[in-house]
Ligand binder design. Sequence first.
Ligand code: SAM
Length: 226
Amino acid sequence: MQSGKLYIVSTPIGNLKDITLRALETLKEVDFVICEDTRVTGFLLKEYEISKELFSFNAQSEERKIPSVLVRIKNGQNAALVSDAGTPTISDPGLRLVSAAINEEIEVVSIPGVNAAIAALSIAGLPTDSFLFEGFLPQKKGRQKKLKELAEANRTIVFYESTYRIEKLLNELNEYMPNRLVVVCRELTKKFEETWRGTAKELLEDLPNKVTKGEFVVLVSPKDWL
Ligand code: SAM
């Protein structure tokens, strides 16, 4: 029996039109779609009139569900892994599945597309020749240590942040990296998309006039950047 393949498929981060033709083709052709939240993926598939078995798989269940996914692929089925938004495995589940598939000599195929960090970098106006992708900072333990370390980095730094901690992160950037240009991309690709630019202090001063709901990518200029 010839093994199937595992396709890693990027999906939109807000605007449903941001999906590639190849992603749609793949989602139509695979035997089942492995996803985080069946409602989120169900909504996307419905938009494109794709009817497919959805296999729920998230950070909590990943380890436990890997064996059954691998058996199905080994038995010849093709599977697509998607996350709720953007590229799977990037601050999202899937890494353990990908490495387990590689260990089993299953072919893992990338169907690339949207990623919030790259979208933000492309419009930030900060150096992109070299950057540090930090994703989410640890919420408690290790957070201050990490920020101190990052303050020494002479590269653009990219953080992911949520509504709940955006003000906290700006306060920390003001403390640890006060003289940098900070670029905040809120709700990329969505109706109320906007970009804020300034030092962390300037952004904090303006925060009462801003909407702080939504999803954020926060970029910080390199240490020696003018
Ligand atoms: N896998 C995704 C990717 O490829 O970008 C990232 C998933 S991570 C769980 C979610 C975080 O990504 C959000 O908290 C936010 O920091 C960032 N993000 C996702 N969509 C975004 C958007 N439309 N605008 C700004 N940031 C976004």
